[in-house]
Design a protein around this ligand. Structure first.
Ligand code: TRP
Length: 336
């Protein structure tokens, strides 16, 4: 049986962090054996916010290096950069004829951007979901591993696909968001405020590029309190988050020891020592992040290899993309 097609896009903004790893990349790595996977860096999408193009190029290469360091195997998946696959732009053009101004203006991400950058409400921003649909449909992907915030874009991709099929004949299967549900771990910032994120306070986010000392410093500064003063207390969010992190990077025995210390605390006798817990977590975190950071750094220092990898990814992606485009051109009567 043919493997199902999985596709996801990664925006090349900022550095990847632990939340990205456990929320997305770890799942991609798991999917690469089971599915026919396409993963790409969405550099056209990032032009909608007019970034500095020099740092954009650096970010694209870093994201590729970090994804490989996390375990994506360019021999197993197609790992490419969006702008290396011009077929996507042509499909975007056809899909634009099926996307209506009213529905595009109503999307949440567009409205957010209008609020955030009222001086730059460009047409690329408005048609962001159309380009995203082209990314997906160009490989006729059916499973799209993305977070909750992308549901609306996926629904629009299905609408455009359906409209295309209806007007020009059955061409695209409908794509759906997809995850190994039980494993979507939510990681909060180390201050317990909201999700770990690239843009908020950098001291409360653990980046895959952080040096060992920086990791220790951040973990040791993580928010705690005086500790539980009754047996089996309910953990506040920020404490639960430390346990969640420990569950991801420490051994089961270590987690159990601190869980027991937490539960066994009694009135006036707090057994758990958060200082010790954070020290242990810091070391386990260093051991987790360090090999990823070094592998990513080695790759970034080997531009020749990185370029070879993305060119090979682009070749694979273009083979699939041009096959779809042939069908699409036939369907819309552009086959001269
Ligand atoms: N919009 C996605 C994000 O913000 C990135 C993206 C672009 C994407 N094209 C895609 C995700 C296609 C999945 C499929 O994260």
């Amino acid at each position: 049986m043919e493997k199902e097609i999985v596709l996801s896009g990664i925006r090349p903004t900022g550095f990847l962090h632990l939340g990205n790893y456990f929320g997305a990349m770890r799942n991609y790595v798991r999917m690469q054996d089971e599915y026919n996977c396409y993963f790409f860096v969405a550099n056209w999408h990032s032009l909608t916010t007019h970034p500095d193009t020099k740092t954009l190029q650096e970010s694209v290469l870093r994201v590729v290096a970090e994804n490989i360091a996390c375990g994506l195997d360019p021999e197993k998946v197609s790992l490419y950069v969006q702008s290396d696959v011009p077929e996507i732009a042509e499909l975007y053009l056809y899909l634009n004829m099926l996307a209506y101004k009213g529905e595009l203006e109503k999307t949440t991400s567009f409205k957010d951007k209008v609020r955030m950058q009222p001086e730059n409400v460009n047409a690329g921003l408005l048609t962001y979901p159309v380009l995203q649909a082209a990314d997906i449909l160009i490989h006729r992907a059916v499973k799209v591993p993305v977070g909750k915030d992308q549901e609306q874009n996926l629904e629009m991709a299905r609408n455009f696909a359906e409209r295309f099929n209806h007007r020009y004949g059955e061409t695209f299967p409908l794509p759906y968001a997809f995850n190994y549900n039980s494993e979507l771990v939510k990681i909060m910032g180390l201050d317990g405020n909201g999700k770990m994120s690239k843009s908020e306070n950098q001291m409360t986010t653990l980046f895959l590029a952080d040096e060992d000392e920086m990791i220790r410093k951040k973990v040791m500064k993580a928010k705690t309190d005086q500790g539980p003063l009754t047996p089996n207390s309910v953990k506040p969010d920020y404490i639960q988050n430390l346990f969640t992190l420990m569950g991801l990077v420490s051994t089961a025995d270590t987690v159990k020891k601190f869980e027991d210390d937490f539960s066994n605390s009694t009135e006036g006798n707090c057994i758990i020592r958060y200082g010790d817990m954070k020290k242990q977590l810091a070391e386990d975190m260093v051991n987790f992040i360090n090999p990823i950071r070094s592998k990513a750094a080695d790759l970034q220092n080997n531009k020749e290899l990185l370029f070879k990898i993305i060119h090979q990814g682009a070749d694979k992606a273009r083979a699939s993309a041009s096959a779809t485009l042939t069908i699409v051109r036939n369907a819309v009567g552009m086959n001269y």
